[in-house]
Every structure is written in C-alpha cells, then in structure tokens.
Design a protein around this ligand. Structure first.
Ligand code: ADP
Ligand code: MG
Ligand code: ZN
Length: 618
C-alpha cells in the first residue's frame, strides 16, 4: 500500500538531525563564546609578576594557579601556571595587593566544562525527543502521551486506493451488495433522514484469492473516502491488552474521519470461536481483542458513516457473536469465478500487457476451471515473463497455455483445477437433481445450477427456490425432495454406470428427511402416527433421541431405507426416460459452468417441443 513518504520518517532521522546540529554548535559556537586567551607561564615568571605587583586576581586549585593581570590599555589578561611547594606564597600575594577569588572565569573551569559537554547535550536530546513525540502523536491524531498499543503505525489512510469496481471482474452479486454501501457513504444524511440504518458491518466470505481484499479497496475507491486497512493478525500483540488498545484506537480514529471504511482483513485471526478449549492460558489476548471489537461495534453510531468491512476465508470458524445483528450481519459471498468470470478476469489483467491480437481467452478459461482470480492474474504475469524470456515483444497464446500449467501445478492446491472427467461427472450429477425436479409434480423450480466449487466444499450446486414460503410439508413434498436428492447419484449410475463419493451430502440430507418422515411426521404406513423420536432441543434442530424399543428402532431403520430406495428408483427411472434431454443439459452446463433457472427451463421446453413434433410426424 502506498503511503506518502513525508509522513513516515523514522524517529532516528530526527535524532540524526539533532546530532549534526549539536556537533556544529560544539565546533563553531561554543569556542567563540569562550575565546578567552589563557597564557601558560612558568613559575618564575609568576613570581616575578608578584614582585612587580602586577597580579589583579588569583585563584588556586590543587594542581594549578590561575591569575589575571591588566595590560597598558586596562584589558584583562589570563594566565595559568603550575603549583609549587611555596609556604609564603599567600602572604606575598596578599602583600602585592592581589585579590583572592574562588573562581576566575576562564574556559578552564571544570564545572563549565562538565555543563557544556554533558548536561547540555542531554537536556537538548531529551527536549528534542519530547517535542518530537508530541509532534508525532498529534500528527497521528492521538493525544495519548503513552503511546503503547496505538494502532497508528499499521493503519493506512488512503483517500483513494486507486481501485474501482472496474478492476474487479465478475463477482457481480458481491459488487451489487457493496454498491449500496458505496451509496450510503456518498450520502449518509439521506439515509439518516429517513431513519434507515445500514448494516454496520459486512463480511466478505470466500476462498483465498477470489478478490475480497480487492473488492474492499474498490469500495473505498468508489466511495472516495478514507480507507483504514488492518489485518487481523496485526491486532494480536506480544503484550496482553495491546490488541484491545489497538482496536479502541482504530475506532476512535475512524469516528473522527467519518465517513470512512474500516477494513479488517483475515478477521478469523481474532474472530475465532471462543470455546475455552485452548488449554492453558488460552488465548486471553485474542479474546480480549475480540471482545473489544464487539464492544466498539455495538458502541458506534452507524448513521455517522463508518462502515466496517471484514474478509475471511474461514467463516465457519468465526465466533457467533460477530455475526449477530448489529455486527457483521451481512454476508457477501465471493465465490470462485465461473467461465465467464474467468475470461473477464483474464481480460482485466491483460489490459496493461502487450498481447498478440489473436488471443483466445475462452480456451484459457476452459482450461482453468476452479482457479481463483489471483491464480488467473498470475497466469497472465507468468505468460508475460515467458514472452520476455523468449525474446518476444508480445504475449502469445502459447505463452498463456504454458503458464496455465506452470501456475496451476505450482500451487498444487488439491483440486484447484478439476479434471475434465470429474467435471463431466459433476455436471451430470447436478443436472440429474435439476432434471428430476423439473419432471416431478409440484416440486420447487430450479433457480441456478453451477459446477463451480463452493466455499462450503460442495463441488456443484443446484439451487431450488420455492415459489412461496411454505410452513407445512406434505408427504408428497417430502417424497419429491427425496427423489430430487437421490437424483444426483442416479444420474451417475445411468450415464457412467458407476458411483462416486460426490453424493455424500445428498445422502445425509435424504436420510434425515426420511427418518423424520417415519419417526416424527407420521408419514409411514407401518408406524402411522406414533412418535418414535423426541427432539431434545428444538432450537438446535439436531437429532432427537429414539423413544422406542430396540426392535422398533431396527424396523424404523428398515423403513427409512425402504423410503429412500423407492425414491432412488423413481429418480433413476425418470432420468432413464430423459436421457437425451439430460445429455443436452449437461453439455450446456459443461460449457457455461453456471446456468440460470430460466436457461434451464428454456432448454427443457425446447426439447419437449422438438420431441412432441417428432411424435406428431411419426
Ligand atoms: P483475497 O483477499 O480474496 O484472498 P485478493 O483480493 O487479495 O484475494 O486477490 C488477489 C489478487 O487477485 C488481486 O489483487 C487481483 O489482482 C486478483 N483478483 C482476484 N479476484 C479478481 C477479480 N474478480 N477481478 C480481477 N482481479 C482479481
Ligand atoms: Mg485478502
Ligand atoms: Zn448432489
């Protein structure tokens, strides 16, 4: 991050200046003040001067005698001589009319010497230090004399990060969510006038390298407000209590600079669950810091225009308290880019790179499914480096293709890039879910199908949205859900005649539903309306405990298995009848990686019309 250089001269710099100044003073100025010519004379000369009654003032130390005389013009002359054993010296001096003084103002005075060479510099340094500290504290916006735990060293205030939403390719959903925040920062008064409260904090959630940090900077750039950026790890200090002090200081500064954005990157470092399972000593420091953050978030006035953004790639590890309303109650998912997104990211990053004209980004996009934005940016850079190595002026398609392998292999992220074969299986699996849903009566329509790996760990995803909110689930609904859930595995069987581990999540969900049908909803013929399970904690919605004999429990298990088996068979049957349509849909999904509900429905409709036609013609 850029920081204007004048702001940040290290303290040592000022000390150096002070040192040079002091040296000059010593070498030039002090000697001038003290230019008192002292003549060294022999003892016999001294004795002669006594006899001639020339001595005006005299003083003695253990080792030397200093004295003055007056010359013809009345100017004082300074002399010094050694001391000799001389018992009657005082008497003779007295008789000569000399004045005995305790001190004669010469440069030789040891006290003066001491003052000049020791005390003054120390006073000077201490004073200078004080001044500087005061000056710097003021500059950093604080007024705490003891600046322990101040966060100022790590905060960057950039009125402009130089990034805008233009720099972020794809991620349209995340951008839309953030646009509202930008609008709020532009005109907080308008929101305040209506009484609308914007969320105090928004949490950007997504895998590493998907552009979370970039998005936060873009928000600051768009809103043209100060941007305080601090990484969660910077709060965790060596001394207990300093992290909390930093948080306090951060919020204080932010309130002063409002409207502004506070961005806490990698918040999981401080926001981890407080479970006390850390063993000894635990993480007191982190906990205190987190508590302070929570307090500050509750305390500040959201209408002032301070927006807190945070980013994490481990949302599941965050403390629940952080996600409560009034804190980071908004979650903005930042997912891995799909094909279109990848192509857009490649294009954004190749803007400043000289490329040959015939570059085909779509091919590169196809070869990189599962890659993050950061990896794609790196691919462009590696390609440019390769072009230079090869002595070319422009990046060619081969450079790009070669660097794909380099970057992807270089990261060795497990499953970073999904093989063509796996991708095909995942596509058919997801289409299986979607197609069965479409063919079932009264099932919720498909909203979106994607084979981009999700943050949650799912390889693909079929989203269904009920047309209206349902509070009751009919037996038919439950069976439909089961058929849909088993359809992913069914598709794998129908098409590839083999099965994979990809259905584990489906299996879990299906089992839960089927079990609830038997034990809680009274939807099985065998048991009718007998409660076989007691839900212990309705809020947690977890498994209950069985309230029946073990034989009955065994029969329940059998019944659950039966229900699922029937649903599975039905799904397989439907897919078998729709093989042609399934192939077409899977191909489309493989091409696009994400298809919307409308697209899906359109393809289904078209296919059905074609089929109807061929039947008519026959
Ligand atoms: P994160 O914070 O999610 O780990 P970053 O924001 O640090 O990821 O992204 C790292 C780099 O990857 C960015 O600086 C940018 O160059 C590139 N990048 C990632 N996502 C995108 C995107 N959607 N559009 C453009 N560049 C991106
Ligand atoms: Mg980041
Ligand atoms: Zn599935």
């Amino acid at each position: 991050m850029k920081v204007s250089p004048s702001n940040r001269k290290p303290l040592i710099f000022y000390y150096l200046i002070a040192m040079v100044a002091l040296m000059l003073l010593n070498a030039l100025v002090f000697p001038m003040i003290n230019t008192v010519q002292v003549n060294e004379v022999g003892y016999n000369e001294f004795l002669k001067m006594i006899e001639e009654r020339q001595i005006v003032e005299v003083s003695m130390s253990d080792t030397e005698i200093t004295f003055t005389t007056k010359d013809a013009d009345g100017q004082t002359l300074y002399y010094r001589t050694g001391r000799w054993p001389d018992e009657t010296l005082v008497d003779r001096l007295y008789a000569s009319g000399a004045t005995f003084s305790s001190q004669i103002p010469t440069q030789a005075s040891p006290l003066m010497d001491f003052l000049m060479s020791w005390v003054l510099p120390i006073v000077f340094f201490v004073g200078m230090g004080q001044l500087l500290t005061r000056y710097m504290t003021k500059r950093m916006g604080g007024n705490n004399a003891l600046s322990f735990g101040k966060s100022n060293a790590k905060i960057y205030i950039e009125s402009q990060t130089g990034k805008t939403f233009e720099d972020v390719a794809g991620e349209d959903e995340a951008k839309d969510a953030l646009r509202e925040i930008v609008d709020f920062l532009h005109q907080p008064e308008r929101y305040a006038a209506i009484g609308a409260k914007l969320p105090k904090g928004a949490l950007l959630v997504g895998p590493p390298g998907t552009g979370k940090t970039l998005l936060a900077k873009a928000v600051a750039g768009e809103a043209k407000v100060p941007f305080f950026s601090i990484a969660g790890s910077e709060f965790v200090e060596m001394f207990v209590g300093m992290g909390a002090a930093k948080v306090r200081d951060l919020f204080k500064q932010a309130t002063e600079k409002a409207p502004c954005i506070v961005f806490i990157d990698e918040i999981d470092t401080i926001g981890k669950k407080r479970d006390g399972a850390n063993g000894f000593g635990g993480n007191d420091e982190r906990e205190q810091t987190l508590n302070q953050l929570l307090t500050e978030m509750d305390g500040f006035d959201a209408t002032k225009g301070v927006v807190i953004l945070a980013a994490t790639n481990r949302p599941d590890s965050l403390d629940k308290a952080l996600l409560r309303p009034g804190r980071f109650d908004r979650r903005i998912p930042v997912e891995l880019p799909d094909l279109a997104g990848r192509v857009a990211i490649l294009k954004v990053h190749s803007k400043d790179v000289k490329m040959e004209d015939n570059i085909d980004f779509t091919t590169i996009g196809h070869a990189t499914s599962g890659a993050s934005g950061a990896e794609l940016a790196n691919i462009i850079n590696e390609a440019a480096l390769r072009a230079v190595r090869m002595g070319r002026e422009k990046v060619s398609q081969t450079d790009l293709e070669e660097s794909v392998e380099l970057v992807i292999a270089g990261y060795q992220r497990k499953g970073a890039v999904i093989s063509e074969k796996d991708k095909k299986i995942i596509a058919y699996h997801e289409i299986g879910h979607a197609l069965v849903t479409a063919r079932l009566k009264d099932a919720a329509p498909v909203h979106k199908i994607t084979i981009i790996p999700r943050t949650s760990g799912a390889l693909g995803y079929t989203m269904q949205v009920e047309e209206e909110e349902r509070v009751l689930m009919s037996r038919n609904d439950a069976l439909n859900q089961l058929t849909t859930l088993t359809a992913g595995r069914a598709a794998e069987e129908v098409v590839f005649d083999s099965i994979t581990s990809g259905a584990s999540n489906d299996i879990e969900k299906a089992t839960a539903i089927a079990r609830a049908m038997v034990t809680r909803y009274g939807m099985s013929e065998q048991f009718d309306m007998v409660a076989l399970e007691q839900v212990t904690n309705p809020y947690l919605g977890t498994d209950g405990s069985m309230v029946c004999s073990s034989e009955t429990a065994a029969r329940v298990d059998a019944e659950v298995g039966d229900i699922i088996r029937k649903a599975h068979a039905k799904a397989k049957e439907i897919l078998g009848q729709n093989r042609g349509l399934m192939d077409r849909l899977a191909k489309h999904l493989l091409d696009r990686e994400t298809i919307t509900g409308e697209e899906f429905q359109r393809i289904v409709r078209e296919y059905d019309q074609e089929e109807a036609k061929t039947v008519d013609e026959a």
